[in-house]
Design a protein around this ligand. Structure first.
Ligand code: PEP
Ligand code: MG
Length: 580
């Protein structure tokens, strides 16, 4: 049966592929097709990993420390029994053969079937045993991924045009999305989530079509069904008929040609028709995003969301590891500015272990970002030292997230001074004049801007959070996604006043929220006086084209008219006129 589901478009483009149903755990492993000639070897790889896991359990049992709790041995036996069950020891072998799938995927697929059955058990003790199944399987997965074969396979999943997999999930966290960077999926769709959630932002940075808020996709779609993800309109077509498929293939080709055409603008300086230069920077989440930013002609990195280095791991990245990551970006960007935002952990970006994962009553308003860093001086100082050390290798700047109080800036400046002193004591070099800027993403900061400007070298408007906090809507919650309105007069007033006050005060100001990469907003922001935009790399060239076709004098008048309008219908009308 063919049908269409409607959701919120998150990331443009169109992709055609086969449904791959996932839950969080399954994302940890790649799914790829094993060539027919390699199937026997894949089964052997599975058997070997099973044996390694069993051997480890024997070994652990033989060396139980005397002070270990008495039930420890019993758990090891239980894990061995679980692995001996044919559902895990035999069924994945059959799956490898019948689906020509890799061993990790086959194993996790079976694990999930088993775990689902546990969910139906009434007895709470037995129901809890599903955690043992997951742990036992994790041991095998580790053995699989630890082998040289596993690594090679992960690096090169088969993903030809015709075999693309579309991830279908109920929900995905930003941490899950980061794992997508390692696998080559064709697109992703989820039942829940807001368009400016961090999950959606990472999806955009992957440059693959994506839709959120489909409500029933995970329930109604079966593994392997043919899907069209229309990331432009937010439509998911399930089992399309040949005519629809042909139509979408044609549109796909058009979009590809369009992207090729835009590539010619890579080296053209961004300026309006009257010659006013505009800076176009890139937002990145990980050092490996840098080549794409350079490829798209970014003049700098306007936002490196460093917290992504802290996700999907139980430990914290140390000073040296962070330094390496920051240095890599600073060096790759050569003399171009790199704005490193300090750890914005919390809310939807929770760390796996440590203090970031506290259950908070309202995480978006809790111990997030600068609040978390000021409460955890050692974590903060470690990051500041790593950033300072990297400042030797390029034009690095520090950006502080979620500022609301002057004392937060003052405390942070004291921590930066302390980090510098610690480096001096170790005889390590850094840029002594490193600039420190702040994000304007809480209405309080926008409304009391002069007190922030006095203490900071530059500002960056985080419209994602500014809208969330101004309109009191959780950006991750699709139930209120329809209320997320960048054109709300309150939002536009805060953005316009921030740009104007900063510019008059001689403080450089950028927009680094999703509004910066929204083509509907480019001219409006230019008209309001914005001259620095930071966005995910895939939007840089379309935005540049829009700027090249804009006459500043025209858009300035129109922007003021939009700002004065209080009728939503009229705002849309004027915006359409501005973009005509
Ligand atoms: C923002 O809030 O607009 C922003 C850029 O920061 P983040 O999306 O990472 O919260
Ligand atoms: Mg933010």
């Amino acid at each position: 049966m063919n049908f269409v589901l409607h959701g919120h478009a998150v990331s443009g483009g169109i992709t055609v592929g086969y449904a791959h149903l996932v839950s969080t755990a399954r994302l940890e492993v790649a799914h790829y097709e094993v060539p027919a000639v390699a199937i026997d070897a894949e089964v052997r790889r599975f058997d070997q990993a099973m044996k390694t896991a069993q051997d480890e359990l024997y070994e652990l049992k033989a060396h139980i420390p005397p002070d270990a709790p008495p039930e420890f041995g019993a758990f090891l036996d239980l894990h061995r029994m679980i692995l001996n069950d044919s559902a895990l020891s035999q069924a994945p072998r059959e799956l490898i053969r019948s689906r020509r799938a890799n061993a990790e995927w086959a194993l996790v697929q079976q694990m999930e079937r088993l775990v689902e059955r546990f969910d139906e058990i009434d007895d709470p003790y037995l129901r809890e045993r599903k955690a043992d199944v997951q742990q036992a399987v994790e041991r095998v997965l580790k053995a699989l991924l630890g082998g040289a074969d596993g690594k090679a396979a992960l690096a090169e999943p088969a993903a030809s045009e015709e075999q693309k997999l579309i991830v279908v999930a109920h929900d995905l966290s930003p941490a899950d999305m980061i794992l997508f960077k390692r696998h080559r999926f064709g697109g992703f769709v989820t039942d829940v989530g807001g368009v400016t959630s961090h999950t959606a932002i990472v999806a955009r940075s992957l440059g693959i079509p994506a839709i959120v808020g489909l409500h029933h996709a995970r329930q109604t779609i079966s593994e392997g069904e043919l899907l069209i993800v229309d990331g432009v309109q937010g439509l998911l077509v399930v089992n399309p008929d040949p005519l629809v498929l042909a139509e979408y293939r044609a549109r796909q080709a058009q979009l590809k040609a369009e992207r090729q055409r835009l590539r010619q603008l890579k080296k053209t300086p961004a300026a309006t028709l009257d010659g006013t230069p505009v800076e176009l920077f890139a937002n990145i989440e990980l050092p490996q995003d840098t080549p794409e930013a350079i490829e798209a002609g970014a003049e700098g990195v306007g936002l490196f969301r460093t917290e992504f280095l802290f996700l999907n791991r139980k430990d914290l990245p140390g000073e040296d590891e962070q330094f390496e990551a920051y240095r890599q970006v600073a060096q790759a960007m050569q003399a171009r500015p790199v704005v490193l935002r300090t750890l914005d952990i919390g809310a939807d970006k929770a760390m796996s272990g440590g203090d970031g994962s506290h259950a908070m009553p309202n995480p978006a308003m809790g111990l997030r970002a600068i609040r978390f860093c000021l409460a955890e001086p050692q974590i903060f100082l470690t990051q500041l030292r790593a950033i300072l050390r990297a400042s030797q290798y390029g034009k690095v700047r520090i950006l502080l997230p979620m500022l609301a109080h002057v004392h937060e800036i003052e405390q942070t400046l004291a921590f930066i001074a302390q980090a510098k002193q610690q480096l001096d004591e170790r005889g390590l070099a850094y840029d002594r004049g490193i600039e420190v800027g702040g994000m304007v993403e809480i209405p309080a900061a926008a409304l009391a801007l002069p007190i922030f400007m006095r203490r900071l070298h530059f500002l960056s408007i985080g419209t994602n959070d500014l809208i969330q906090y101004t309109l009191a809507i959780d950006r991750t919650d699709d139930a209120v996604a329809h209320l997320y309105d960048p054109l709300h007069p309150a939002v536009l007033t805060l953005v316009a006043n921030t740009i104007q006050t900063a510019t008059r005060g001689g403080v450089p100001v950028a927009v680094c929220g999703e509004m910066a990469g929204d083509l509907q907003m480019t001219r409006l922001l230019l008209g309001l006086g914005l001259r620095n935009f930071s966005m995910h790399p895939s939007q840089l060239l379309p935005t540049k084209e829009r700027i090249l076709r804009t006459r500043l004098a025209d858009v300035q008048t129109m922007a003021q008219r939009i700002l004065r309008t209080t009728e939503p219908g009229k705002t849309l009308e004027l915006l359409a006129e501005l973009n005509a």
